[in-house]
Ligand binder design. Structure first.
Ligand SMILES: *Cc1c(COP(=O)(O)O)cnc(C)c1O
Length: 413
């Protein structure tokens, strides 16, 4: 994560400007020390239970990052067969991968079954077909929608009544019918109520709802509480209090296990919490443009590289890496895409000059993975700082990458 040390911005101990010089801009830089710290804090908060943490790799899918999490003992949460294959390639064992798709075909689920990963199904129609095909030969986890409203933005809230995710808690009777008639073995229950949960009580309320329905499922081995852990985006922002959550959820989980009659595993699948802060996105200032209304800072990037501000109205803290102790002034930071792509209005930055480097913090999660080639721009390079050394982990794209899958037809040459 980006830090100010002796008047110089560094990432994992390496000067941020050196990294821009070495690898060019725009660039994503992640550091494993921050990932390790976040992983440890969750592990410690839930040390009272048999807890498994599965990294949700849709947040950051570079294979080196996956390997780092594997090496420190994490499992993997995947939402597509392609993520499953990437996880296996990274070296995860099938049993450490959970596959939680939404609205996919039975054919795709078949492929995941062939790989031997934990299947998680979130609708009755596919569950019925799955049971018809596999009976009790392939255990399955069921994604329940407890209808607890959570999440910082409607697009990242998944537990509400209008959500497409999960099997409604009000459909228990129907669910039970299908499970019984197809002889399905349910080994886990899952919920994921959304990203950016503001309140520990929300977790606990949803957990209680899940505990209440477990008597329908005698073969449980784990309960997966999903994710939604919030991280601070603004300097004075807060994160989910994992220690409070840990002690309160551990206590209620213990009580639950006692009444269930067996000790189950407690699973989480955080993405943002593990990698958001580890990532810094850096772009160079192309233009400073004074208009009648504001001073725009135009950088060599845009919604093609970091879409969260435009898509979710999310806040990413920015600093001028090139001028750590300049005079603070107010700017509106925008991209170079032919579309309105504003990273932030009225931001206080140390006086900015053309050629300066602007760093966007908290860019490790849903940054690169949501990037695109819009406007035929290359996606950025990725760099990993690990144990004091920096490594290029993804090359910047080239024109060949943009044209790779295009087929030039003879009729038009
Ligand atoms: C996206 C997702 C996660 C991770 O959410 P974060 O807010 O990044 O922690 C976990 N589980 C499932 C099923 C998801 O789709």
């Amino acid at each position: 994560m980006l830090q100010l040390q002796n008047n110089q911005y560094t990432i994992g101990g390496i000067p941020a400007l050196d990294l821009c010089q070495r690898y060019g801009t725009p660039i994503y830089v992640y550091d494993t020390a921050s990932m390790q710290q976040q992983y440890n804090s969750l592990k410690n908060a839930f040390s009272g239970s048999n807890t498994k943490i599965k990294f949700a790799c849709k947040a950051l899918n570079n294979i080196n990052v996956l390997r780092f999490f594997k090496n420190i003992g994490a499992g993997l949460d995947t939402v597509s067969i392609q993520e499953v294959w990437t996880g296996l390639k990274a070296g995860f064992l099938p049993k450490d991968i959970i596959y939680t798709p939404n609205c996919v075909s039975l054919e795709e689920i078949d492929l995941a079954v062939q790989e031997g990963v934990q299947i998680n199904i979130d609708n009755i129609s596919i569950l019925e077909q799955f049971g018809h095909k596999y009976g009790n030969s392939v255990p399955v986890c069921i994604r329940i929608n407890p209808h607890v409203m959570a999440g910082g933005n409607i697009n990242i809230s998944t537990g509400h009544i209008d959500s497409k995710f999960g099997i409604s808690i009000y459909q228990m009777r129907h669910l039970e019918r299908v499970i019984k008639s197809e002889n399905i073995k349910v080994n886990g229950l899952h919920m994921h109520t959304g990203s950016d949960i503001l309140d520990v009580d929300v977790f606990l309320r949803a957990a209680d709802i899940l505990f209440e329905v477990t008597d329908h499922f005698p073969d449980l081995e784990f309960i997966d509480f999903g994710s939604g852990f919030k991280v601070p985006y603004k300097p004075d922002d807060y994160s989910t209090d994992v220690n409070e959550l840990g002690s309160r959820l551990t206590a209620s989980f213990k009580d639950f296990c006692k009444s269930y009659g067996r000790d189950l595993e407690l699973w989480f699948e955080p993405g943002k919490y593990l990698v958001s802060q580890s990532g810094t996105f850096m772009a160079k200032v192309n233009v400073i443009k004074q208009t009648t209304a504001t001073v725009f800072v135009g950088v060599d990037s845009g919604l093609n590289h970091l879409i969260r501000p435009m898509f979710y109205n999310s806040y990413h803290h920015m600093v001028n890496v090139s001028n750590p102790d300049g005079k603070p002034r107010i700017y509106t930071v925008v991209g170079y895409i032919c579309e309105t792509d504003t990273f932030g209005w009225d931001r206080k930055l140390s006086e900015v000059n053309e050629g300066d480097i602007i760093a966007f913090q908290n860019a490790g999660a849903y940054g690169f993975t949501m990037s695109s080639n819009y406007n035929s721009r290359f996606r950025p390079a990725e760099v990993l700082v690990h144990e004091g050394k920096d490594y290029l982990i993804r090359q910047r794209e080239t024109l060949d990458d943009l044209l790779r899958n295009q087929v030039e037809i003879e009729a038009l040459t």
